[in-house]
Design a protein around this ligand. Structure first.
Ligand SMILES: [Zn+2]
Length: 210
């Protein structure tokens, strides 16, 4: 999605409608600065306001996202392309989150090991050593819980039996089993078919065409 192109398109249709930024802002109940941000390609109108904006500009959301007026015949094609583009964006975003999460997990384990090694090899009273080890373990556990939550909320898990895609609950994942050696898969009970089987991570929900 090209924000700059979309911005230019908004300017063009707004002018076609003989509206100033202020007039449009007033009708949408937002500041004219927001409009100018969109038009400069610095931000996108958020989903909540997109429909109202399109209605005022006499275009549809698809045209807004494509930054051009679409003739009827190519409408479906363009809609599909926009959906794909959106999926690609979500996918690459989720991929980044998961990679970052992996790096942070690795660093967390390294820091834990360093603290434990330090506690073992540096001369100190037994009680202090035990406290440090216990605190490090608590830190590692908290860290693990946060990480699991990030993995859980990024993308979806797909049941290999019935292909149902969903975001599992924390408990489901916590008590499930990770197939670490086989990639990002998790053994859980499927809320749809109730079978316990491997669930594969998918980065975006696959939209079913009817
Ligand atoms: Zn299932």
């Amino acid at each position: 999605m090209n924000q700059e192109k979309i911005g230019k398109f908004i300017v063009k249709v707004r002018k076609e409608k003989n509206m100033t930024q202020q007039e449009l802002a007033k009708k949408l109940n937002i500041t004219d600065r927001a409009i100018s941000h969109w038009e400069n390609g610095r931000s996108m109108p958020d989903a909540g306001i997109m429909l109202d904006l399109c209605k005022l500009l006499d275009i549809n959301v698809n045209e807004l996202l494509s930054a051009k007026k679409i003739v009827k015949e190519s409408y479906n094609e363009q809609a599909e392309e926009n959906l794909l583009e959106m999926r690609r964006e979500i996918e690459s975003q989720n991929k980044k989150i998961l990679t970052l999460n992996r790096i942070i997990t690795f660093l967390g384990v390294v820091i834990y090991l360093l603290i434990v090694l330090a506690a073992i090899f540096i001369e100190m009273p037994m009680i202090i050593r035990n406290i440090i080890m216990a605190l490090a373990l608590v830190m590692l556990l908290l860290f693990g819980v946060c990480n699991l939550n990030i993995i859980r909320k990024t993308g979806y898990y797909e049941c290999q039996e019935c292909k149902h895609q969903y975001i599992p609950t924390f408990n489901q994942m916590f008590f499930g089993m990770s197939g670490i050696t086989k990639g990002d898969i998790w053994q859980m009970k499927c809320p749809n078919c109730n079978k316990k089987c491997w669930h594969k991570k998918v980065l975006t929900k696959i939209m079913k065409n009817k």
